[in-house]
Design a protein around this ligand. Structure first.
Ligand code: NAG
Ligand code: NAG
Ligand code: NAG
Ligand code: NAG
Length: 833
């Protein structure tokens, strides 16, 4: 029933989908983005209904994994639903519109700046303890961190349960697993390819990391079994990481999972034996470096644990009195104090910024939208970082041995941790969900897809090698939605429409479960057809394959996806110069291969000065960035889905020529993309030279002028460390204007503020503009509502009336002053009845 209903809903309008990208500009990474906003009003109505159906027929979500113990507590919260009055959103400020809203579609732009700021508020303090016994130091079994709001523990890798007392092992295995639904069993099929967490030596079963055996001088000696949980090993030992595994088992038989001669590891000069070994294994875990893995350095955690916790491979072990994913929360009685970034660890300073955690100054104000970042179980984010194979996976920044930060260029999905961090640090963040306008779900699904699920973790997010990595990610998102819905009232309050999810993997949100479609989906791959088959060149990502299991999944996997277009971009694209992947014909749906062939065969470079391929054109100097900046047109072709080419072109002042049928680009619904780009149908690829030659000079000039208006919205310079980098780049460019004369974009501005109108600001401006359209003003779905068509027509009218009435009420209330939330609650309650 629920299923059919979901399918029906699709034709009538989805919730918003945004698009996010990442790319590289002149040696620095760049993130970008786009949005598709669709009829939102309708979605609420529909959603409300389907949410009800879902709960009638029982919880449709059957994920495994984390069972928070206190689950379901919040399921029937109808009587707790209360809406706060919201001020009506501001009208666009004409001067902002004039100066800063070039190419904006609709009337979203210029409103945010015109809003009346609201009073700042002190963050809520936690007053619950996680006591099983009365020793507060033993809370959470010494390893976890107590959530002072919920009274349960956040547990690091190796532990689980409300009090972190349950052991959660991640064993090393010898090979790729064959069983997906069934419990973990080893050994598994050695014939399968893949990254395995093989280890014939000492396996740290918290995270499945391999070390030299303790029988050797540089082997790992674990803590004594009687020591309390979390005790560090007596000797850390040298790791034998993935790329360093022996090619022979202890039994002397050839093993299938390694290549290294055991002599190099265990011989007299071996890695595990000699003080100065002749052979060195890489130190791939975050936080460990040096030529012998002997140096401890800072590891990546989002917002660096607010300076009030120890970052353990991605998990924040907060100091006494502080708690939460990034240790932003305090328990009652703990005063706000600056963190270690102001004291013993100055290198943390650029990465710690938590306005939401501070006590506000007298008379301080804030601007909406207010965003609450969910404190999800670590299973869905921090644990992925702890399970990642190498430090350069899964993050947008990493520290080196000197605790200097760098960008892991080969990690394509940087917005996953990046946007999470931006929101944790945002002035728009609130620690109090009750006052939030929006709710962000920080799920590290791309990290799960690679490397975590690829390294044998299928039991956690049921999928199985019989399925694909993306199947596991779909299940992960379903679990998260189910968890959020059963632990907090906020999903049901607005049918999920004020929730925000991010999907950054290649084919974007194509595999997002139907239950999350009501939410705002930030993605990067604007594929618009409904339920498209996977277009990937990588088998493991074929989300459209069906997977059934007689016991665990008789209804099949695809039923979870519902029927939706993905509206989402693809990935690819390692840094400089696009990859053509001639050996992988499915990659980029063949567009890159086709153009490379024909341009070569017809001599496009000599005849038209059109270059298609990796590297510079023949005899043409300059790297990727310079070539782009010097070009009038730049091809924006697909990768394995999304590619950053479009945004790269925009940032270089080069007119993008989009060759991606049925795919929308960054900020599609917010900016007038045809005003600064061209589209060529895939069928016309062979005629690209003629098409481009026919573009009139005035059109070129107009599009270039428009690029100058929009480029900032295509780059995440509102992220402070990155904004500083770009600012420095522009300053440098101003000083050497002659050298860079060919570069048309970005224009070197003297008073450049990286946070103004960048991608992050654009997102906030847009979120603000649609507050009116959110359920904060919408009526809750009524049981037994009229048939859908009628309901739809009625809803449009009544909602408007109601919005007007509510604005009036708010005005009156403001005039009556001071009642604020209290009065609002009553009114909200009455409205419900
Ligand atoms: C509680 O703490 C007191 C000392 O503060 C100790 O004597 C007592 O044994 C503890 N009780 C339990 C159940 O741990
Ligand atoms: C350590 O190595 C020896 C062989 O030298 C092996 O028998 C033993 O099982 C290993 N111990 C562990 C903990 O791996
Ligand atoms: C880097 O940070 C770690 C963890 O805070 C610290 O132990 C180490 O001494 C620092 N190294 C340097 C070179 O500052
Ligand atoms: C490109 O050319 C090669 C060899 O000439 C051919 O094998 C391949 O199929 C062509 N690819 C496309 C997409 O036309």
């Amino acid at each position: 029933m629920a299923r059919a209903h979901l399918g029906e809903r699709r034709g009538r309008g989805q919730a918003a989908v945004l698009i996010v990208l990442l790319a590289v500009l002149a040696g620095v990474f760049v993130w970008k983005f786009s949005i598709v906003a669709d009829p939102i009003r309708q979605a609420v109505q529909d959603l409300g209904l389907s949410a009800e159906e879902d709960s009638e027929s029982g919880d449709p979500v059957s994920g495994g994994g984390y069972d928070g113990g206190l689950a379901k507590e919040g399921l029937h919260i109808a009587d707790r639903l209360q809406r706060r009055p919201r001020p009506p959103i501001a009208k666009p400020d004409p001067s902002v519109v004039e100066e800063r809203c070039g190419c904006a579609l609709g009337d979203w732009c210029g409103r945010y700046e015109a809003q009346t700021p609201i009073p700042a508020k002190a963050p809520p303090l936690g007053d619950r303890q996680c006591l099983w016994g009365n020793d507060t130091t033993a809370q959470c079994n010494w390893v976890g961190v107590c959530d002072g709001m919920m009274g349960w523990c956040r547990c690091p890798a190796g532990w689980n349960g409300d009090d972190c007392s349950r052991r959660m092992r991640r064993p090393c295995s010898q090979a790729w697993r064959t069983a997906g639904f069934e419990p973990y069993q080893e050994p598994t099929d050695p014939g399968k390819w893949g990254l395995t967490l093989a280890c014939t030596d000492y396996c740290d079963q918290d995270i499945a990391h391999c070390y030299c055996n303790e029988t050797f001088a540089y082997g790992r000696i674990p803590a004594d079994p009687g020591d309390r949980p979390g005790t560090p090993p007596k000797r850390p030992g040298r790791p034998i990481a993935h790329y360093c595994r022996r090619n022979t088992g202890w039994d002397g038989k050839k093993s299938d999972f390694g290549a290294v001669n055991p002599e190099l590891l265990y011989g007299d000069k071996g890695w595990c034996v000699a003080e100065e070994p002749e052979y060195r294994c890489p130190c791939i875990l975050d936080g460990v470096g040096g030529s012998k893995c002997e140096i401890q350095h800072e590891a990546f955690c989002p917002n660096q644990c607010n300076g009030h916790g120890e970052c353990q491979l991605g998990f924040c072990k907060c100091h006494e009195g502080w708690w939460g994913h990034d240790c932003a929360y305090r328990t009652a009685g703990t005063p706000w104090t600056p963190g270690m970034e102001e004291g013993e660890r100055p290198w943390l300073k650029p990465f710690v910024h938590t306005p939401a955690a501070r006590e506000p100054a007298e008379g301080a104000t804030r601007r909406r939208p207010l965003i609450y970042v969910y404190e999800l179980p670590p299973m869905y984010n921090a644990l992925m970082l702890q399970y990642r194979v190498a430090k350069d996976d899964c993050t947008h920044r990493v520290f080196n041995e000197q605790n200097e930060s760098y960008t892991p260029f080969l990690w394509l999905y940087q917005p996953e941790t990046g946007i999470h961090e931006m929101l944790l640090q945002s002035e728009h963040r609130t620690l109090d969900p009750e006052e939030a306008d929006y709710f962000y779900l920080p799920v590290y699904a791309s990290c799960a897809i690679w490397p975590v699920l690829y390294s044998n973790d299928f039991p956690y997010f049921h999928g199985g090698p019989a399925a694909q990595r993306t199947h596991g990610a779909t299940n992960m998102f379903m679990e998260v939605q189910s968890w959020v819905r059963s632990h907090f009232p906020y999903w049901d309050r607005n049918g999920g429409r004020d929730h925000i999810v991010l999907t950054v993997h290649d084919e974007g949100s194509c595999w997002l479960p139907a239950v999350l479609r009501p939410a705002i989906v930030m993605s990067h791959w604007g594929r618009t057809d409904v339920n498209p088959p996977a277009g990937t060149g990588y088998d493991a990502d074929t989300y459209s394959n069906e997977v059934r299991h007689p016991v665990w999944q008789p209804e099949g996997h695809l039923s979870k996806l519902g029927e939706f277009p993905c509206y989402d971009p693809s990935k690819v694209t390692y840094i400089l110069g696009g990859r053509i992947q001639p050996e992988n014909a499915r990659y980029s749906r063949g567009t890159r291969q086709f153009l490379a062939n024909i341009s070569e065969a017809e001599g496009w470079w000599d005849k038209y000065r059109i270059h298609v391929g990796a590297g510079s054109p023949p005899g043409g100097p300059g790297d990727y960035s310079e070539c782009m900046a010097r070009s009038v047109f730049c091809l924006a072709l697909m990768g394995d889905g999304y590619s950053s080419r479009f945004d790269d072109a925009v940032l270089h002042g080069c007119i993008p020529v989009i060759v991606q049928d049925g795919i929308e680009l960054t900020w599609h619904s917010l900016l007038d993309i045809p005003a600064y780009s061209l589209r060529v149908p895939q069928a016309d690829m062979a005629r690209i030279p003629q098409i481009l030659q026919a573009v009139p000079q005035e059109d070129i000039a107009r599009m270039q002028a428009n690029l100058a208006k929009v480029w900032r919205r295509h780059i995440w310079t509102g992220y402070r460390p990155y904004g500083e980098q770009v600012k420095a780049m522009l300053a440098e460019r101003r000083q050497s204007a002659e050298q860079y004369a060919v570069l048309s974009q970005p224009a070197p501005l003297a008073d450049y503020d990286p946070a103004e109108d960048d991608a992050l600001a654009t997102l906030m401006q847009w979120l603000y503009s649609r507050l009116d359209d959110l359920g904060a003003h919408a009526p809750p779905p009524k049981p037994g509502a009229a048939p859908k068509k009628a309901a739809k027509a009625k809803a449009a009218g009544s909602e408007e009336d109601e919005a007007a009435a509510e604005a009036e009420q708010f005005r009156l209330k403001e005039e009556g002053a001071e009642q604020g939330a209290e009065g609002g609650k009553e009114e909200g309650g009455a409205e419900e009845a």
